[in-house]
Design a protein around this ligand. Structure first.
Ligand SMILES: [Fe+2]
Ligand SMILES: [Fe+2]
Length: 370
């Protein structure tokens, strides 16, 4: 399916909803629109084994393809969905004309509770989970879902907020979500950065998922110590981009199962410098991403890499990223080992308190997660 075909699905859905609210039921114009929409949806869904549409502040994602405004069609559809509390729609293969029509009428109605209706081939709802029970893990396996490039961030965020938010009051959770969503917004506006992340995704899927997890964990730490919102956001952005230099690392090294040979490890160790160089060329509006990309593998006791001669203090955002980085790497499922339990991860990390990790930030981190 091409970008154009995806856009046609979005615009036909908008037209059908408008038609359904403007004309009486079974008016030929509405029928015509519904038939066309059904045809498009059906062929998309059978080709992709289900059609996935996400609605965000200012863009829509169909399958993995983002459509960013300003565009009146997108804006109208996003507003309509917001009014219905819908952030995500999943349409399965084989959806009937009747069900699609019913769904379009449901969307077209000004109000009305969706819960009385039964849907066979449609699942829809919010992309959030702050109020759902249980502590979901942050270690999102890279192969567990097909990640939407940026929409995936919201999924990660959902899991993160469930675990961060269980012990905290709801306003804290909401604040965390707002902050990260504004990071996402900033990223979307900065087309260059998105291109980089998308490139990195093609290069190594895991790195992008990992970057989003680390971003969320850094935002949580930064909020916890009471940094002002703009600095929290800055730290989150820096964390998101910390591994951007991995686009220069050969993919077979990034995904190699098991230990790296020493030559391979040397290549891997180039990513902080490569990232800093890359970020120096991009205007992020702040130098912090460059600093964090450079410093995130330097440990609290100055071992790690790259080797630095001075004892200049590392940036606090680098310390926070480093902690989140190790945590997420241990928690994530990788091809060569399963993910590690929360408690075991923290007890292993505890051994690095004061040597590998800045001790007070480490304590704070443990507090956030336990
Ligand atoms: Fe790294
Ligand atoms: Fe990393």
């Amino acid at each position: 399916m091409t970008r154009d075909t995806f856009f046609q699905v979005v615009s036909d859905l908008t037209l059908a909803i408008q038609g359904a609210s403007a004309y009486p039921e079974n008016h030929p114009r509405v029928q015509e629109l519904l038939v066309r929409l059904h045809h498009r949806v059906q062929s998309g869904a059978s080709l992709l084994h289900g059609l996935n549409i996400g609605f965000f502040h200012d863009h829509i994602v169909v399958d993995e393809v983002p459509f960013v405004g300003p565009n009146p069609t997108l804006t109208r559809l996003i507003e309509r969905m917001r009014g219905k509390g819908i952030e995500k729609i999943l349409i399965s293969e084989g959806i009937t004309y009747g069900e699609l029509k019913r769904f379009v009428y449901f969307l077209a109605e000004g109000s009305g509770s969706p819960s009385e209706q039964l849907w066979e081939s449609i699942v829809y709802g919010r992309i959030e989970g702050a109020e759902s029970a249980g502590g979901a893990s942050l270690g999102l396996a890279p192969d567990s879902t097909t990640p939407f490039i940026l929409a995936g961030a919201t999924e990660v965020l959902k899991d993160a907020l469930v675990s961060i938010g269980t012990e905290r009051k709801r306003s804290g959770v909401e604040e965390g979500r707002d902050i990260v969503s504004s990071i996402m917004k900033g990223l979307r506006q900065e087309g260059m950065l998105i291109d980089r992340l998308i490139q990195l995704q093609g290069h190594d899927d895991y790195t992008v998922t990992h970057s989003l997890n680390v971003c969320v964990l850094v935002v949580a730490q930064a909020s916890r110590i009471g940094l002002p919102e703009n600095r929290v956001r800055e730290a989150g952005l820096a964390a998101m981009l910390h591994d951007i230099g991995k686009e220069t690392t050969p993919p077979d090294i990034l995904t190699k199962p098991g230990r790296l040979e020493s030559g391979e490890f040397d290549l891997m160790k180039g990513h902080p410098v490569a990232g800093a160089k890359l970020l120096r060329k991009i205007d992020c509006g702040t130098e912090l991403p460059m600093i964090v990309a450079f410093e995130h593998h330097i440990k609290y006791d100055r071992t790690g890499y790259p080797k630095v001669r001075t004892r200049e203090p590392l940036h606090i955002a680098s310390h926070m990223t480093q902690i989140a980085d190790v945590y997420d790497a241990l928690r994530s499922h990788r091809p060569y080992r399963p993910s590690m339990e929360l408690e075991r991860t923290l007890s292993i990390m505890k051994e690095g308190r004061g040597t590998e990790f800045e001790p007070r930030l480490f304590d704070g981190f443990v507090e956030i997660l336990s």
